[in-house]
Design a protein around this ligand. Sequence first.
Ligand SMILES: [Zn+2]
Length: 181
Amino acid sequence: METKTCSNCGVVKAVELFRKRHKQCKSCVNEKQRKNYQENKEEIKEYRRKYNHENKEEIKEYKRKYYQENKEEISEYKRKYYQENKEEISEKERKYYQENKEKISEYQRKYHQENKEEINEKHRKYNQENKEEIKEYKRKYRKENKEEIKEYRRKYYQEKAKEKLFIMLIKMMSLNKKDKK
Ligand SMILES: [Zn+2]
């Protein structure tokens, strides 16, 4: 095993624990960076904020380009990440939703209110552009959920029939009352 002595902590370590051409070991370098960050946190933040602001367009463009060039890797990574952390993610979402239920629904209501036309337009456009896919999706959904749909319809009509019957009964009852008078 090839080793090197760290110029900072003096410990003899495997070369893999050093960055290339560094005299200090990785943990010493990390520690120094951490300390440096802690001591200059505000300046660094301010610098970043300023930098981001002054280079807004370039950053946007860079992100856009990066996304375009790595679209597949990114979506693959997301997919994989989601698969591997599915339970954790849904648990977190559930918890977040529970804790912020009112805030979320208020936000949604407000957002919807303020962007009504845009949302409608988006939906309309989406439906227009994805006509065939939507049709296919509906067809597939109907096929795969035949029994549930049947059951749902059966229940729906049963309820409707009950309602009708109920209304009829009430009408009959009030007719009876009138007759008695
Ligand atoms: Zn060291």
